[in-house]
Design a protein around this ligand. Structure first.
Ligand code: ATP
Length: 324
C-alpha cells in the first residue's frame, strides 16, 4: 500500500477529527501517503481530494464535526457513481480507503470492495452507538456527556416548579443514549425502543413516584415512537390521565451531535485510527476496527453492518432499581 484515502460519511460525530488526525499521522509514521476525501462518497465521485501530511491535522483533536465534511451521496448508491469514484481513486494513485461513518457508509464500502477489490477499513463514527463489533462508537461518549449536562440543567428548573419533564434524546432506532444518559442523569423513567414499558406501567410508575414524595420527575425518551406515540403524544396522554402533573417536553436535538469530543472519544479515535491504517498495511481489508473489552479488534464489515448492537440488560435492571 502506497497511498491511503480517508473520508467521513453519514452523520457527523465528535471524535471524527481525532480519527482523521490519527489516520493521517499513522500513514506519515509508516511513510505512506495520505489524501483526505471531502464530503464522503460524493467527494470521491467528484475527485475532491487533498494531500494530507502530519501538519495538516494540527489542532483538530479537540474539535467537533469533521474538517473533511460529511455528506450523504445518492450517486454512490448507483453503479455509475461508484465507477466514477473508482476511476478518481485510481488516477490519484490511492490503494486503500479508511471510511469513518455508520452502517450505511460501511455498506457502501463493502459494495465498493466487492465490485473493485478495493481495500477498505471502517471506523465506527456515530453518536448512536448502534454498530455491532464495538462497545463504543466515536461520539457516543461525548453525546452522553452533553445529554447528562442538559438534563442536569433541566432538573434544576423541573424541581423549582414541581414539573414533569419529558426529555427526548437522539439514537434513532437505538436506546443506548437514552439508557446510559438516563441512568447518568438520574431519570425516573427511560423509554427506549428496545423495551416496551407499556403505557399502564408508565402511569403507575409516575403515580408511585408522586406518592413517594417526589415533586419533580425526568423521563428520558429515545426519539421515534414509543408505545405508538411520539414524545408530544405521550405528554398529552399522561396529562389526560394524571392531571395533577404539569408536564413540559424538551427535545435536545442536534446539540447532541456537536461539541468538543470527550477525552474518551479522543483516545478511542486515536487507537482506532492507528489500528485501521496498520491493518491495511498488513493486507487486511473489509473489516471495521472497534473496541471490545478495552482491546481494539477487527470485525468483518458484513457482521458490523448486520449484527445487532443489543441493549445492555444489566443497565435496564440498574435503571429499574434506581427509580425505586
Ligand atoms: P449515520 O449512522 O450517522 O446515519 P451512516 O453511515 O449510516 O451514518 P447513511 O446516510 O446511511 O449514514 O450512509 C452514508 C452514505 O453511505 C450514503 O449517503 C451513501 O452514499 C452510502 N451508502 C449507504 N448505503 C449504501 C448502499 N447500499 N450502497 C452504496 N452506498 C451506500
Amino acid at each position: 500500500i502506497k497511498k491511503i484515502g480517508v473520508l467521513t460519511s453519514g452523520g457527523d460525530a465528535p471524535g471524527m477529527n481525532a480519527a482523521i488526525r490519527a489516520v493521517v499521522r499513522t500513514c506519515a509514521y509508516h511513510n505512506i501517503e495520505c489524501i483526505g476525501i471531502y464530503r464522503g462518497y460524493q467527494g470521491m465521485i467528484e475527485g475532491d481530494f487533498k494531500e494530507m501530511g502530519p501538519r495538516s491535522v494540527n489542532n483538530i483533536v479537540n474539535k467537533g464535526g469533521t474538517i473533511l465534511k460529511s455528506a450523504r451521496s445518492k450517486e454512490f448508491m448507483t453503479k455509475e457513481g461508484r465507477e466514477k469514484a473508482y476511476q478518481n481513486l485510481v488516477s490519484a494513485g490511492v490503494n486503500a480507503l479508511v471510511v469513518i461513518g455508520g452502517d450505511g457508509s460501511f455498506t457502501g464500502a463493502e459494495i465498493f470492495n466487492e465490485e473493485y477489490g478495493f481495500s477498505v477499513m471502517g471506523i465506527p463514527g456515530t453518536i448512536d452507538n448502534d454498530i455491532y463489533g464495538t462497545s463504543h462508537t466515536l461520539g457516543f461518549d461525548t453525546a452522553l456527556n452533553t445529554v447528562v449536562e442538559c438534563i442536569d440543567k433541566i432538573r434544576d428548573t423541573a424541581s423549582s416548579h414541581n414539573r414533569l419533564f419529558f426529555v427526548e434524546v437522539m439514537g434513532r432506532d437505538a436506546g443506548h443514549i437514552a439508557l446510559n444518559a438516563g441512568i447518568g442523569a438520574g431519570a425516573e423513567e427511560i423509554l427506549i425502543p428496545e423495551e416496551d414499558l407499556g403505557l399502564e406501567r408508565l402511569l403507575e410508575s409516575l403515580q408511585r413516584s408522586k406518592a413517594s414524595g417526589k415533586s419533580s420527575s425526568i423521563v428520558v425518551v429515545a426519539e421515534g415512537e414509543k408505545m405508538g406515540k411520539n414524545v408530544f403524544q405521550l405528554k398529552d396522554y399522561i396529562e389526560e390521565h394524571l392531571p395533577e402533573y404539569d408536564i413540559r417536553v424538551s427535545v435536545l436535538g442536534h446539540m447532541q451531535r456537536g461539541g468538543a469530543p470527550s477525552c474518551f472519544d479522543r483516545v478511542l479515535a486515536s487507537r482506532l485510527g492507528v489500528k485501521a491504517v496498520e491493518s491495511l498495511i498488513e493486507g487486511k481489508t473489509n473489516f471495521m476496527v472497534g473496541l471490545i473489552a478495552d482491546k481494539i479488534v477487527l470485525t468483518p464489515l458484513e457482521q458490523a453492518i448486520k449484527g445487532n448492537s443489543d441493549i445492555d440488560r444489566e443497565l435496564l435492571r440498574v435503571s429499574e432499581i434506581m427509580s425505586t
